[in-house]
Design a binder for this molecule. Structure first.
Ligand code: ADP
Ligand code: ADP
Ligand code: SF4
Length: 605
């Protein structure tokens, strides 16, 4: 066994603790040194440390983690962020002419791997000095990685990389979209790509005026138009609605020349599945170590991931499998008391008009909302809350002062106050969320793993961490209706499902209702008891359907997109059919855009 001791350099603050790790360490007490403070942080000597785990428990900031891993894994060590830093084992290996999809928890080294593949970072093989390329290539002799590293060493790899956090872009570049795209264009394709992605209307707009979704498409178009050896897309689905996700996937498939390497990291499993030719699963202990699995076929790989077991590695990565519903009923499941109802509504907001079909909301219900941005979803909720008066129609409420707690689509540190800590923010929402053992603490702080972040400042958090704080803040408040606009942006698959479970459980326990705007079809399928579909012309007119069962709502929604989805018979997860495939044609013919194929139909897949 090899011992890994990792000290989180942000969490470790020796000036604020009583140096519990050094004082309580049994090895230190014998006069040896297993842990000491070096350069203002705890330093654990792995060769001396016995792995007793006492410091892990004693550290008040939970800065230390210690794990034991099989010896043979060390042979595949690619990188370590310094002594007591995160360790990355293996790499997802791209193949010429194929699209490699990477799936896995945040903090298991996906970005590190991408940066190494892009040649932005040289792997150090876990050494405290920089190894030569010869040494690196020798280490991986006989493996697929060797060929790739050889190309990197010879300067034969030129990368085009779509970064994860698109929001950062307007801070770094300025100018009109079209001009910037023309500068980026190295293959003379950017006009076609931009047209395909619906960017033409934005050609003269300043990038600083773009919404998150528009920025995403702008960057995808810029990266596709590069003349690179490898194209890397880190979360290309964020901020896009379903139609746009499918479009971006198709653009990546069709506009990149066939003999290149393409790598995509994506947490929307339906999009990843649709886009990839094969997948690699990144697993391990977030922040401590990450391992790249062997390559798997797309269907099998994603199913293994959901099952929580990787057969080629003989490795259990989760104790419980993730399962979706394996039935689709035509009836509307209605349980509980009617919570509120509305007649046919007509709302006018400046030049925007919204028509809503009559509907009702039940106690304990999670109502999913599907539809593009700017179509009136927030407007509808504001009408329910009584903030806006409809021109026609009424909302019938059980209580005179219906309170709504709302998480907007874009979450920035300024929303809370950059200098506040996570603890301050959660206390403002509801002090009882901070009482260990209370059900709010268990459901929000524990389940979303915010306990390690309580002392951190809001402006130091990553996008995913900030999203989880915003979700906890919204759900901790006392309200009657909770509206969550895109809660899964920047969250990994596991976190998305943890959030979905939390929303369901809190809504049921409190007897309130939640409306969740979500573009990840797999999350929506997992979460929603019923769905409202918003259609129309964003910014001009919106039509909201009544709440419908999953099958009918998806059917209505997908028919308009011209996209068909089948549910995987093993896991129940939704899979987007390839255009013009057997099932795509069959489902369109029988008018079942969301469908569980029969065994005979599956054969023909
Ligand atoms: P992912 O993309 O899967 O979220 P990353 O590759 O970004 O994972 O990071 C994996 C871990 O590596 C992080 O949790 C962090 O602890 C560590 N890490 C990332 N970048 C650095 C760095 N520059 N210095 C030290 N540690 C880092
Ligand atoms: P969604 O939540 O679906 O993204 P919204 O309900 O926020 O959409 O907005 C729908 C449309 O109404 C948008 O085009 C928006 O510009 C417009 N709108 C929103 N609020 C106002 C307002 N106060 N005055 C005029 N137009 C508005
Ligand atoms: Fe203090 Fe924890 Fe750092 Fe040790 S690891 S010095 S206990 S903060």
């Amino acid at each position: 066994m090899v011992r890994i001791a990792v000290v989180d350099r942000e969490l470790c603050r020796p000036s604020k603790c009583n140096l519990e790790c050094t004082r309580f360490c049994p090895v230190n007490r014998t006069g040896n040194k297993a842990v000491e403070i070096v350069g203002g942080k705890a330093r654990i000597y792995e060769e001396v440390c016995t792995g007793c785990g006492i410091c892990v428990k004693k550290c008040p900031f939970k800065a230390i983690s210690i794990v034991n891993l099989p010896d043979e894994l060390e042979k595949s060590l690619v990188h370590r962020y310094g002594p007591n830093g995160f360790k990355l084992y293996g790499l997802p290996i791209p193949r010429e002419g194929s699209i490699l999809g990477i799936i896995g928890k945040n903090g298991t080294g996906k970005t590190t791997a991408i940066r190494i593949l892009a040649g932005e970072m040289k792997p150090n093989l876990g050494l405290e000095r920089e190894p030569s390329w010869d040494e690196i290539i020798r280490r991986f002799r006989g493996s697929e990685i060797q060929t790739y590293f050889k190309k990197l060493a010879d300067g034969k790899i030129r990368a085009a990389h779509k970064i994860q956090y698109v929001d950062l872009v307007p801070r770094k570049i300025k100018g009109p979209v079209g001009k910037l795209l023309e500068i980026a264009d190295e293959r003379g394709v950017v006009k076609d790509v931009a047209k395909f992605l619906g960017l033409n209307a934005l050609w003269d707009r300043d990038v600083r005026k773009l919404s998150g979704g528009e920025l995403q498409k702008f960057l995808v178009a810029a990266v596709i138009s590069k003349d690179a050896t490898i194209y890397l897309f880190d979360e290309p689905g964020s901020y896009l609605d379903v139609r746009e996700r499918v479009r971006v996937a198709r653009a990546i498939r069709s506009f990149i020349p066939k003999n290149r390497y393409v790598v995509v990291v994506e947490h929307d499993i339906a999009m990843l599945d649709y886009l990839s030719d094969y997948v690699v699963i990144m697993f391990g202990e977030p922040g401590t170590y990450g391992i790249a699995s062997k390559p798997y076929g797309v269907r099998v790989g994603i199913n293994n991931f959901l099952n929580g077991y990787l057969p080629a590695e003989n490795m259990r990565i989760r104790s419980e499998p993730i399962r979706y519903q394996l039935t689709l009923t035509d009836t509307t499941p209605v349980t509980g008391k009617r919570y509120l109802s509305w007649s046919k509504l007509s709302v006018k907001l400046g030049a925007f008009k919204l028509e809503v079909e009559a509907g009702e909301l039940y106690e304990g219900e999670v109502l999913g909302i599907l539809g593009p941005n700017g179509i009136g979803k927030t407007t509808f909720v504001r009408v329910l809350a009584g903030e806006l008066k409809p021109e026609r129609g009424d909302v019938e409420k059980p209580l005179p002062n219906l309170k709504v707690s709302y998480k907007p689509q874009y979450v920035s540190p300024e929303l809370f106050g950059e200098e506040k800590t996570v603890e301050n923010v959660l206390r403002e929402a509801n002090p009882s969320v901070l009482t260990p053992g209370s059900w709010l603490y268990v459901e929000l702080v524990k389940r979303l793993r915010l306990d390690k972040l309580l002392d951190r400042r809001i402006d130091e958090l990553s996008g995913g961490e900030l999203q989880k704080v915003a979700i906890a803040y919204t759900l901790a408040k006392e309200a009657h209706v909770y509206l969550l606009d895109e809660p899964s942006a920047y969250l990994d698959v596991e976190e998305r499902l943890a959030v979905a479970k939390t929303i369901k459980r809190l809504t049921e326990t409190r007897g309130v209702a939640a409306l969740v705007v979500e573009h990840d079809i797999a999350v929506q399928d997992y979460l929603a008891s019923r769905i409202m579909v918003f259609r129309g012309k964003p910014g001009f007119e919106g039509y909201a359907s009544k709440p419908m069962n999953l099958k009918d709502a998806m059917n209505l929604f997908l028919k308009e997109l011209g996209v068909t989805i089948r549910k995987d018979p093993e896991t129940g997860r939704p899979r987007i059919n390839k255009e013009d495939s057997y099932l795509d044609r069959l489902q369109k013919r029988i008018g079942q855009y969301y469908y569980i194929p029969r065994p005979s139909e599956k054969e023909a897949e």
